[in-house]
Design a protein around this ligand. Structure first.
Ligand code: SAM
Length: 364
């Protein structure tokens, strides 16, 4: 998964999609393999601006206010966020420093073009790029860190319960194709993960362990001085993640908006993704002082922030109203996607986005 997505020359996120007539297409969006909420409309960015302005007030309007977006895709979210701030909050915009953390140099260049086109300037003091969270100084961030659909793109370790022993699923190459082989867990860290998060699988069940996500959350906790971390993604609590009815785990692939469970075809040309274990993320952050403040569905979070006011007066057929009904429809993205909010050195009660909690806190 690490190579298929991130190999420098051939990884899915490191290159442009190869298509026959030599024209190009992006991987994320309607012309690509899957779409994300920011590609659907600016509604997520606009709603997040509301939440960020509330946090800015709680932090006493610092200069600079750092907004760190991690895993930035085509740069659409950043462009919409910056445009909206410019429009409704010029004072905040003047204090804002926007950092995009993006692993793929190719996507960094896509993001630069997108933002340049949308807002017309790219000064280093206002907007800058880094390739990894640990390039931020420890204990330095005052503001908000945010990711949408980043954690589901981290490589996972797959495991299977075989004769009541937890085995790792290795990938081998034989007879001209990739094949799976079972063997003992490849590192002591995986054993620790299993113990710490109480992973118990039923016989024959396959699932995933998320070391990369855990390591990332630890890095995030270390760079925070004061502020809030908002993670949006599809996923479950640990208890639901490893429930025995989830027999085959959550690893899936996307190619031209078609879902498959075949990771060994179109390697490097299709997306691979696994659902997020939010309990493990919350626990990893808490260990390093980033405290869980709330966990809710994306729909409840949007409603808590008064998303309907953003589209008030717009035509029912407008892109934003259509996108919102897509996000809020029963069993749509708004319920599949969850929002985890964690904080350091900041009052946790009463955040607008957490007004309607879908779950009790202990659920994590
Ligand atoms: C599924 S895409 C989501 C893109 C965007 N957030 C959106 O919602 O459209 C995942 C993004 O995370 C980036 N990424 C993956 N691992 C990363 C890491 N360790 N640090 C920073 N970016 C990463 C990928 O290159 C890609 O831009």
């Amino acid at each position: 998964m690490e190579l298929a997505l991130y190999d420098e020359g051939h990884g899915y996120y490191m290159t442009q999609a190869a298509i026959q007539d030599e024209s190009s297409r992006e991987r994320i969006g309607w012309q690509g393999d899957f779409y994300t909420a920011p590609e659907l409309s600016p509604i997520l960015a606009k709603t997040l601006v509301r939440q960020v302005l509330e946090i800015d007030a709680r932090l006493g309007h610092p200069t600079p206010f750092l907004f760190v977006e991690m895993g930035c895709g085509n740069g659409t979210f950043a462009a919409d966020f910056l445009q909206h701030c410019e429009c409704i909050a010029p004072d905040f915009m003047s204090r804002l420093s926007y950092v995009l953390i993006e692993r793929s140099p190719y996507l960094q260049s896509v993001q630069k073009s997108c933002i340049q086109e949308a807002i017309g300037f790219l000064t280093d003091s206002k907007i800058r790029w880094l390739s990894s969270v640990d390039q931020l100084e420890a204990d330095s961030v005052i503001g908000v860190m945010f990711s949408n659909e980043l954690v589901d793109a981290f490589p996972v370790h797959r495991v299977r319960s075989d004769h009541h022993h937890l085995q790792e699923v290795y990938v081998d190459y034989s007879g001209g194709q990739f094949v799976e082989k079972l063997g003992p867990l490849s590192s002591a860290k995986l054993e620790e993960y299993v113990d710490q998060h109480g992973v118990v699988l039923s016989e024959g069940q396959t699932s995933e362990l998320h070391l990369a996500a855990e390591q990332w959350m630890t890095q995030v906790a270390h760079v925070f001085h004061q502020g809030i971390m908002i993670t949006v993604d599809y996923g479950h609590t640990g208890r639901d993640y490893y429930a025995s009815n989830r027999k085959d785990g959550t690893l899936i692939c996307y190619y031209q908006h078609t879902v498959s469970t075949k990771p060994y075809v179109r390697v490097g040309e299709q997306d691979m993704t696994a659902h997020v274990n939010f309990s493990a993320l919350a626990k990893a952050g808490k260990t390093w002082g980033l405290m869980p403040m709330g966990f809710t569905t994306l729909a409840n979070w949007l409603m808590g922030l008064g998303v309907e006011e953003i589209v008030e007066g717009q035509d029912q057929e407008s892109q934003e109203v259509q996108a919102l009904s897509q996000l809020l429809r029963p069993h749509g993205m708004g319920t599949t996607f969850k929002v985890l909010v964690q904080g350091k050195g900041i009052e946790s009660v009463g955040l607008q986005g957490l007004r309607y909690r879908a779950f009790f806190d202990e659920v994590l």
